[in-house]
Design a protein around this ligand. Structure first.
Ligand code: CP3
Length: 352
């Protein structure tokens, strides 16, 4: 039923032998695509997230247009806080925004328990529709925000210059922060399990703000909760990817989280990462997203260097963070093509 292309990403996640390195791009469904902007012009962001037909259409765009080896469901990490009862707005030019951020213990206590099958039914409907439309062309990645990163948004109200409110909770109100992280963890576990039941074939956990923390804080407030989520959602054939941005100096800790794949941002030295993880997990990444501003010839060269450094097996090619909205589509395609072609040279199909 599944063709070999569909197995490529899953096999690489599990460290199995593959004929070439699979590639997808964080934020691959988004504003750098004119076809996305055309749909977005007529709908606000959350309406798109809540309309399975629109989710399906924009999720498939990068598969068709730049040829990535996976689809990642179009949605946002902030649908969980919204389902927990927080009002969420997307303000033009400002990004996501919670008008009433969490400030007091009562705010945390008032957060609702999430029943993902009901409260986030629109996501599950989109996952089911997508699996039908994809028809096993490429696997479907589902995702969740990690508790620490979601807590950062919920407490700050949005992106922030120095995240001093959530960071002060880490030092002065650790019990309250743990109460919050516990609630988010339970919601994320339910959400991921429902997504897998609906048909998600790979799961990525985004810990975009892990790098705000100190080493002990990273372990206690980020990694331990991410590890718990992985343990409580693990299924035999569904690889889990943990992407903790800015945490590359703590890879020896991160690799113990139980994920099949550790996502790396562009600051991480690939050789150092391979040593720190010692084959305990596959690695994903990690070309600097701004490298895609350069011309395609250079993109190919840097991509080849990256592929060689990772060494083929156990590598999922990606950028080190999301693709930027003003990257030319041709340059995104150049990256994808370079991975496909150059990794074939790295891993020649054994001749029979
Ligand atoms: O990767 C994909 O293609 C799937 C879709 C996806 C989106 N958000 C769509 C989106 C995914 C995986 C996310 C995750 C997400 N959302 C993260 C983790 C990844 C990361 O970048 O670190 C975070 C931190 C968010 C929160 C968020 N949502 C921000 C900070 C913003 C504004 C900044 C921006 O890029 O616009 C969003 C909005 C958002 N999420 C857009 C998209 C396509 C742009 C919305 C628009 O069209 O205006």
């Amino acid at each position: 039923m599944n063709d070999s292309k569909n197995h490529l990403l899953i096999d690489a996640c599990f460290g199995r032998e593959v004929e070439r390195t699979p590639v997808w791009i964080m934020r691959q469904a988004g504003r750098y695509l004119p076809e996305y902007r055309a749909i977005r012009a007529d709908h606000d962001f959350m309406t798109m997230c809540k309309t399975p037909e629109l989710v399906t259409e924009v999720t498939l765009q990068p598969v068709d247009i730049i040829g990535v080896d996976a689809a990642i469901i179009f949605s946002d990490i902030l649908v969980i806080p919204e389902a927990m009862g927080m009002e969420l707005q997307f303000v033009k030019g400002k990004g996501p925004w919670f008008p009433s951020p969490l400030r007091e213990a009562a705010d945390v206590n008032n957060l609702r328990l999430v029943n993902a099958e009901e409260d986030l039914k629109y996501v599950m409907d989109a996952v089911k529709m997508l699996r039908g439309e994809l028809n096993d062309r490429v696997p479907l990645i589902g995702f969740s925000g990690a508790p620490w990163t979601l807590a950062a948004y919920m407490v700050e109200g949005g992106g922030s210059k120095n995240f001093k409110t959530i960071k002060s909770w880490r030092w002065s109100r650790p019990d309250l922060l743990h109460t919050l992280l516990r609630k988010i963890t339970d919601a994320a576990v339910d959400y991921i399990n429902a997504k897998i039941d609906a048909g998600a074939q790979v799961i990525q956990i985004f810990d975009s703000w892990a790098g705000l923390l100190d080493e002990e804080g990273y372990q206690e407030f980020a990694l331990d909760y991410a590890s718990e989520i992985i343990a409580r959602t693990r299924r035999p054939e569904v690889p889990m990817i943990y992407f903790a941005k800015g945490a590359g100096i703590w890879l020896d800790r991160t690799v113990e989280c139980g994920a099949d794949v550790i996502g790396l941002d562009w600051t991480v030295n690939i050789e150092t990462a391979r040593q720190a993880t010692a084959g305990k997990a596959s690695l994903q990444g990690n070309l600097d997203p701004t490298a895609l501003y350069a011309d395609p010839k250079e993109i190919r060269q840097w991509t080849r260097d990256m592929l060689r450094a990772f060494g083929g097996r156990g590598h999922v090619a990606n950028l080190g963070h999301g693709i930027l909205p003003d990257i030319p589509v041709d340059h995104a395609r150049a990256f994808v093509d370079a991975v496909k072609e150059e990794s074939l040279k790295l891993n020649p199909t054994p001749s029979i």
